[in-house]
Write a protein that binds this ligand. Structure first.
Ligand code: FES
Ligand code: FES
Length: 216
């Protein structure tokens, strides 16, 4: 090789590749995934960790890349595909699950942050022969069309009704100290993080209202 020819070490090549990916908007995890096959075994093991999750009353211990979202751990590693990936950016609510009883967007949190947590997905709420009351109400009131948002809508409804019961105010609550009543405005505000592209909103409101005891 000519002495004047610039040289590029393998390490610098990989770094520049990842930087270029970042510059054009490719997610860093995807960039690393692309070059993952060339990483050493040591580098790989440094990026993984053991995570134990209690999902639907079953204990799962997984060896996960530390960047794995809770959503991907549930769908790709535990193989529970009822929880859906819509936007993967915290904007649609399709990935809503209950963690220790509270609803969260599972695409916005890392699995490693939930060591030993209790996770409930749509599969853990009811079974085809024994539906959760909200599942039954969604069926009865036609609260879906394509059904893609439905697992998230139902998990979110469970968490939302619990929030109302505990007196957690929303943006439209008239009082921050009095227990909120589940008016239609309250319900719509509290479910506003769950988008339905099919526009089944009025039927979803009817289903949730029935389970809430007709308070809306
Ligand atoms: Fe998580 Fe859209 S997939 S909010
Ligand atoms: Fe199709 Fe809601 S039922 S997105």
């Amino acid at each position: 090789m000519d002495d004047d020819t610039p040289t590029l070490s393998r390490r610098n090549f990989l770094i520049s590749g990842a930087s270029a990916a970042a510059a054009v908007g490719v997610r860093p995890d995807r960039a690393f995934a692309a070059i993952g096959s060339t990483s050493s075994a040591t580098e790989q093991s440094e990026m993984t960790t053991r995570v134990t999750l209690n999902v639907n009353a079953q204990r799962h211990t997984l060896q996960l890349d530390t960047r794995t979202t809770l959503l991907d751990a549930i769908r790709e590693h535990i193989q529970l595909t009822g929880t859906k990936k819509g936007c993967d950016h915290g904007q649609c609510g399709a990935c809503t699950v209950l963690v220790n009883g509270r609803r969260i967007n599972s695409c916005l949190t890392l699995a490693v942050m939930h060591q030993n947590d209790t996770v409930t997905t749509i599969e853990g709420l009811g079974t085809p022969n024994r539906l959760h009351p909200l599942q039954a109400a969604f069926v009865k009131h036609d609260g879906y069309q394509c059904g893609y948002c439905t697992p998230g809508q139902i998990c979110s409804s469970v968490g939302m009704l619990d929030e109302v019961k505990r007196g957690v105010p929303s943006h439209v609550s008239k009082s921050l100290v009095e227990k909120p009543l589940l008016s239609v405005d309250e319900l719509r505000e509290r479910m506003s993080g769950n988008i339905c592209r099919c526009g089944a909103y009025s039927n979803i409101v009817e289903a949730i209202t029935e389970v809430a005891g007709g308070a809306a």
